[in-house]
Design a protein around this ligand. Structure first.
Ligand code: NAP
Length: 251
């Protein structure tokens, strides 16, 4: 399907934070195929983000999700493209694997700022534009949590796990807060997925190491998480809100 055919489906505009790589990039591709116009954000890898945007006929904007002004600028760029109907709060980070007693405050602060504050700032801009309370026509928000929120990631990154626990609570609370305003809010909770995030934690081979412990016997792929996100984003799940969907291969 080419860009013109996709646009004919016209599901409005979809903002995806961290849409240049990994799960975000897979989601951008599938959302574009499903008929959304994509406005994606990136922080450091311009080339990856611009390549995805070009491929799907979307727009890539540099914006740190932990920065309120940056997130506002991202949504302003999206507004130029048409009515906002879908938002994926996907951007997230880990730091080098460590025990809590080896972590410093600066590391913990950055994890919480990107993974928690970033999701809240993104969702706030989404609600301000999609909620009927603010003159919007409704829409759908999907947050990207992690199975770490219930497994705790001991010895690797308990700070990250705690940040994802906050994402779960936030998702349930916001879903109930805006349910009567036409906005659905759900989370996907991926297990071990083959992306660059493991290299950024210092162990690129982590998916292969953990594969035998995953009930289906392998790590997941970004497109398998994206498929769950797309289902939650669209009209196929009109009565689903406040849900947390595990995409973990059984972990
Ligand atoms: P990834 O391949 O490392 O990609 C992360 C993306 O987030 C990149 O596009 C990056 O932008 C962007 N990003 C990072 N910090 C940002 C910031 N401050 N502002 C804006 N964008 C930022 O990671 P991934 O595995 O796809 O992870 C996506 C989400 O899935 C994260 O929330 C992660 O916690 C969650 N998750 C992943 C796994 C897994 O096993 N992969 C499991 C559970 C949950 P640049 O490209 O510019 O660097």
């Amino acid at each position: 399907m080419d860009v013109r055919e996709r646009r004919a489906l016209d599901r409005g505009v979809c903002v995806i934070t961290g849409g240049g790589r990994g799960i975000g990039a897979a989601t951008a591709r599938q959302a574009a195929s499903a008929g959304w116009r994509i406005c994606l954000s990136w922080l450091s890898d311009r080339e990856a983000a611009e390549s995805v945007a070009e491929e799907i006929g979307g727009v890539a904007v540099q914006a740190d999700v932990a920065d309120g002004d940056g997130v506002r600028a991202l949504f302003s760029a999206a507004e130029e493209m048409g009515p906002l109907t879908a938002v994926v709060a996907n951007a997230g980070i880990v730091a080098t694997q460590a025990r809590l007693d080896e972590m410093d405050a600066e590391r913990m602060r950055r994890i919480l700022e990107v993974n928690v504050l970033g999701v809240m700032l993104t969702a706030r801009e989404a609600v301000l534009r999609m909620s009927t309370r603010h003159g919007g026509s409704g829409g759908s928000i999907v947050t990207v949590s992690s199975a770490a929120s219930r497994l705790g990631s001991p010895g690797e990154y308990v700070d990250y796990a705690a940040s994802k626990g906050a994402v779960d609570s936030f998702t349930v609370g916001l879903a109930r807060e805006v349910a009567a305003e036409g906005v659905r809010v759900n989370a996907v909770r991926p297990g071990v997925i083959e992306t660059d995030i493991h290299a950024s934690g210092g162990e690129p081979g982590r998916p292969a190491r953990l594969a035998p412990s995953i009930p289906v016997g392998r790590a997941g792929r970004p497109d398998e998480v994206a498929a769950a996100i797309i289902w939650l984003l669209g009209d196929e799940s009109p009565f689903t809100t406040g849900a947390i969907l595990d995409v973990t291969g059984g972990s």
